[in-house]
Ligand binder design. Structure first.
Ligand code: NI
Length: 274
């Protein structure tokens, strides 16, 4: 990327990701061991809408790194809104930032989220390293996490894991020995990963200009008010982009695909361990 600020940003995100999702993060090493140079297509963040943590509060950190808004997206069934951000530096990963709409869940769930947000220090949110800070609140009881996740897996994940990269994404376009998504998926399965089947093994395709797949989320012990429990954390995504009619590589995201990729962190999706 040859931009020290961007390099430091992604190195910090990766170090955190490796800590909470060590088995899926190890896939990068497995690809490098076969001679690949792994290029990151994008990272994605999750947050709660509104002050003090919504997109409006976090976006300035991306703009300060040189990112600019590309396109907004909405996911009605999951009560999410999102923006994609692009950077002009060659090879800079895209960033996808989504937020959970307030008022979309039950009054009980909203009270839990209000209680979390009431603990957030706006001065902490103003620091760039908030994007890998984890939870900005005291751990909730495990039963509260489960009740929240039963309504919105996204809300449960965010309450337990807080702010951090939800996934990194291998750019299939940049691989030398694995030219297709299918070939890459076979290689990551051989390295021990389980592919998420939510919405099918492969989401999108050449007609959508974007073809994606993901592992199931890794699992790690996470602190709850009543002790540590192992829950789904972060996953690895794989993306192949195709040229538009004008020959330029497609830069956006495909909501129908992204909606099912969100489900890579679900607690009870079929498919076993990561
Ligand atoms: Ni993604």
């Amino acid at each position: 990327m040859a931009d020290p600020a961007l390099d430091a940003f992604f190195a910090a995100l990766w170090a955190d990701y490796e800590r909470v999702a060590p088995r899926v993060a190890a896939l990068r090493g497995a690809l490098e061991a076969r001679g690949e140079r792994v290029v990151n297509d994008h990272v994605a963040f999750r947050t709660f809408a509104g002050a003090p943590l919504g997109i409006a509060a976090l976006e300035p950190h991306l703009l300060a790194l040189g990112y600019h808004r590309f396109e907004p997206y909405a996911f009605e069934d999951k009560h999410l809104d999102a923006w994609a951000y692009l950077h002009d530096a060659p090879g800079a990963p895209r960033v996808f930032l989504s937020e959970l709409r307030r008022g979309a869940l039950s009054p009980a769930a909203e009270r839990v989220i209000d209680g979390l947000l009431a603990q957030v220090d706006p001065a902490r949110v103003a620091r760039a390293d908030v994007l890998w800070a984890g939870p900005l609140w005291e751990p909730v009881p495990f039963a509260v996490y489960e009740a929240l996740a039963a309504e919105s897996e996204y809300a449960g994940w965010l309450a337990a894991l807080g702010l951090r990269a939800n996934h990194f994404t291998v750019s299939v376009n940049h691989l030398a020995t694995l030219p297709t998504l299918d070939a890459l998926l076979a290689a990551v399965e051989a390295a021990g990963a389980v592919i998420s089947e939510a919405g099918g093994r492969v989401k999108g395709g050449p007609a959508a200009r974007l073809e994606q797949a993901s592992t199931r989320a890794d699992r790690a012990p996470v602190a709850f008010a009543d002790g540590e429990r192992e829950i789904p954390t972060c996953y690895y995504e794989f993306a192949r982009r195709y040229p538009d009619a004008d020959g330029a590589l497609y830069q956006g995201f495909v909501p129908a695909s992204a909606s099912r990729l969100f489900e890579s962190t679900h607690r009870h999706a079929p498919g076993g361990r990561p």
